[in-house]
Design a protein around this ligand. Sequence first.
Ligand SMILES: NC(=O)c1ccc[n+]([C@@H]2O[C@H](COP(=O)([O-])OP(=O)(O)OC[C@H]3O[C@@H](n4cnc5c(N)ncnc54)[C@H](OP(=O)(O)O)[C@@H]3O)[C@@H](O)[C@H]2O)c1
Length: 252
Amino acid sequence: MSKAIIDLSGKVAIVTGGTRGIGAEMVRTLALQGADIALNYRKSVDEAAKLVEELQAMGRKAIAVQADVSSMADAEKMVAKVVEELGGVHILVCNAGMNWDGVIWKMTEDQFDRVIDVDLKGTWNYLRACAPYFREQNYGRFISVTSINGIRGKFGQTNYSAAKAGAIGLTKAAAKELGKYGVTCNSVAPGFILTEMGESMPDEFKQAAVDESAVKRAGVPDDIAWTVAFLASELGRHITGEVIKVDGGQYI
Ligand SMILES: NC(=O)c1ccc[n+]([C@@H]2O[C@H](COP(=O)([O-])OP(=O)(O)OC[C@H]3O[C@@H](n4cnc5c(N)ncnc54)[C@H](OP(=O)(O)O)[C@@H]3O)[C@@H](O)[C@H]2O)c1
C-alpha cells in the first residue's frame, strides 16, 4: 500500500482489531485515502500507540481505544467517544477476530463461547452501537471481515466457522434493515492471509491453502485492505448484502 486512489476525505472510520495483521493494514490504507481513524484493540498497547502516531503524521485525526469487542458496554463507550472526538462515524469495519481451534470432540464450551463472543457478538455489538448514527445521518458503510471458512466450514473450526457464518447472516440482515437509510452492509471473506493468525496454523494447513488456491500464493493484508477501501467508498455505493471472497481462488 503506498497510494491514495480512492477519496475517503471527510469520513471517520472505526476499525476493530486495528493494531496488527489485516486490521493494521486496513487502517493505513483507509487513512491514506483520507479517512480519520478510530481503531480498537485488546492488548497491543504499544502497537496501537505507534500506529496512532503514524496516522497523525499522515495528517489524519486518529485515536486508539482499548476495548474487548465482546463487551457491548465497551462498544457503546467507544462509539460515543469517536463521535465526540472525531465528529461522527461513517465507516465501520468489524475486523477483530480470534480462532481457538479443536475438533468437536475435544472442544470445550469455553472455547466455543469465546470465539462466538468475539467473532460474532463482537461484530453485532459495534454495528448495534453505530446503527443509530448511520440511520440518523442517512449514510453508513458497514463491512464485516469474515472468512471463506464461514462459507464452507473448516475441519477443527466448528466455533470459528459458525461465528463467521453468523456474521455473514448478520451482515445480510443488516443490509435489508439499513438499506433505506443509505447504509451498505457487506462482508469480506479472506482466504489464508499471512498474519499472526494465519501463521499460527499448522504447516500442513498453510501449504494446503496455498496449493488449493488458483494463484498459488498466500494472501497478504494489503489484498484485503483494498477491497475494504473500495466498499467503504462511493465506488461501492450500489453493492450491499454481498460476501466478497478475497482468497486468490482458494474457495473455487
Ligand atoms: N489471517 C487469516 O488467514 C485470516 C483468514 C480469514 C479471515 N481472517 C479474519 O480477518 C480478521 C483479522 O485477522 P488477522 O489475521 O489480522 O488476525 P491477527 O493478526 O490475530 O489480529 C487480530 C486483531 O484483532 C484484535 N482482537 C482480537 N481479539 C479481540 C477482542 N476480543 N477485542 C478487541 N480486539 C481483538 C487483536 O488485538 P490485539 O493486538 O490487542 O490482540 C488484533 O488487532 C479476523 O476477523 C480473522 O478471523 C483472517
